[in-house]
Write a protein that binds this ligand. Structure first.
Ligand SMILES: Nc1nc2c(c(=O)[nH]1)N[C@H]1C(S)=C(S)[C@@H](COP(=O)(O)O)O[C@H]1N2
Ligand SMILES: [Mo]
Length: 361
């Protein structure tokens, strides 16, 4: 079993943001690759790493089902498997760049990665259990537990848990996964089994999964009401607490990094990645003048559902001085990244065109 702390100390591209519980940020797109290896993938945990004995571990499926299940890893592996590539992005990725330093893990650009996940489609397991007609949501619980941080917290220990409505959970790409990039999940990434919900912020991709409870009403647990939720203001309605779900359209610049010095007259390869849910990204543009003018970037990897796409643009700055770089993605529906962070979203869903100051010397 690898010690994840030792791992982060041996890899300078990873930054430990919090030691206990372990929270590790990756150096975004370093190395630049359509697939993020497990060693370069960020780690987010709310409670101490659970100790799990894989040989006695079981996945329990209960609630509004015809036939409750208790499955071993071997039972799951005997079912038809599927592999899907997808981005996992923490809903607080980019928080470090918000004004007034909001609370929460101080993620820069590196709380996102793109990996290929292998497991059983969740819907096949649900079909095996037989959903009752009043089934509405699925509550996923992990083996990790503790007392959460925020003031409005339950008085006893809870397990990490999160729900997904049936309409989203039945999509064929939603997996109960035991492999990441063709290798068994590491302890830090949720071994022996995790949920992977492509297109959703990774708060929904419950690690160290032990139980799935099928419920017939919306679940209002801690990690979708107190944390990982925000007050939405819609029309004349009173504000409503909305759980964070789908990933917002985004692009990030991996190179150059903030405050990098570039040489006048030399070509600088500005590159990064773009991703989002719903509709594929159609275009990425780059600005060097804080969004006044934009230049089309080229894609370096194909458009694939749920995965991120690499892009680049070559810039030859002629004049010395300070510049503000930005990248902006647009999708097929004409949606684009906003210029400012939406304050209603508090310190989540950070997807505005982030300024990257650089100096040309
Ligand atoms: N059991 C469990 N699952 C969890 C969490 C957790 O603390 N416990 N954190 C969630 C959050 S907020 C994120 S961002 C992702 C991070 O996944 P990773 O550590 O594999 O990158 O796991 C999610 N699944
Ligand atoms: Mo997260």
């Amino acid at each position: 079993m690898t010690d994840p702390t030792a791992l982060t100390e041996s890899l300078p591209e990873l930054k430990t943001r919090i030691h206990k519980p372990l929270n590790v940020e990756a150096s975004f797109l370093n190395p630049p690759s359509p697939i993020t290896t497990a060693e370069h993938f960020f780690i987010r945990g709310h409670f101490p790493l659970p100790t799990i004995d894989a040989s006695s571990w079981r996945l329990e499926v209960s609630g509004a089902v015809e036939k409750p299940l208790s499955l071993s890893l071997a039972d799951l592996k005997a079912m038809p498997t599927a592999t899907h590539k997808c981005v996992l992005e923490c809903a607080g990725n980019g928080r470090l760049f918000l004004p007034n330093v909001p609370e929460g893990v101080q993620w820069g650009l590196g709380a996102a990665g793109c990996a290929a996940w292998t497991g059983v489609p969740l819907r096949d397991v649900l079909t095996l259990a037989g959903l009752k007609s009043d089934a509405l949501e699925l509550v996923f619980e992990g083996a990790d537990h503790g007392i959460p941080e925020k003031q409005l917290k339950p008085k006893n220990e809870i397990h990490y848990s999160r729900s997904v409505p049936l309409t989203s959970a039945m999509k064929p790409e939603v997996l109960l996964a035991w492999q990441m990039n063709g290798e068994n999940l590491s302890e830090a990434h949720g071994a022996p089994l995790r949920l992977v919900v492509p297109d959703w912020y990774s708060v929904a991709s419950v690690k160290w999964l032990t139980t799935i409870s099928v419920v017939s009403r919306p679940f209002l647990g801690y990690f979708q009401t107190v944390e990982y939720a925000y007050w939405a203001h819609q029309g004349s309605l009173p504000p409503e607490r909305i759980p964070i779900t789908e990933i917002f359209l985004k692009s990030q610049i991996a190179h150059p990094v903030m405050h990098q010095q570039l040489r006048a007259g030399e070509v600088c390869r500005v590159y990064g990645a773009t991703w989002g849910a719903e509709t594929p990204v159609d275009a990425v543009e780059v600005s060097t003048d804080k969004g006044l003018t934009w230049h089309p970037a080229e894609f370096d990897s194909p458009a694939e559902d749920h995965a991120w796409r690499l892009w680049h643009w070559e810039w030859k700055p002629g004049t010395i001085g300070n510049y503000i770089l930005m990248s902006r993605a647009s999708d097929r529906e004409g949606r684009t990244q906003p210029a400012q962070h939406n304050e209603d979203h508090e310190s989540y869903l950070i997807h505005h065109t982030l300024p990257i100051p650089v100096e040309v010397v």
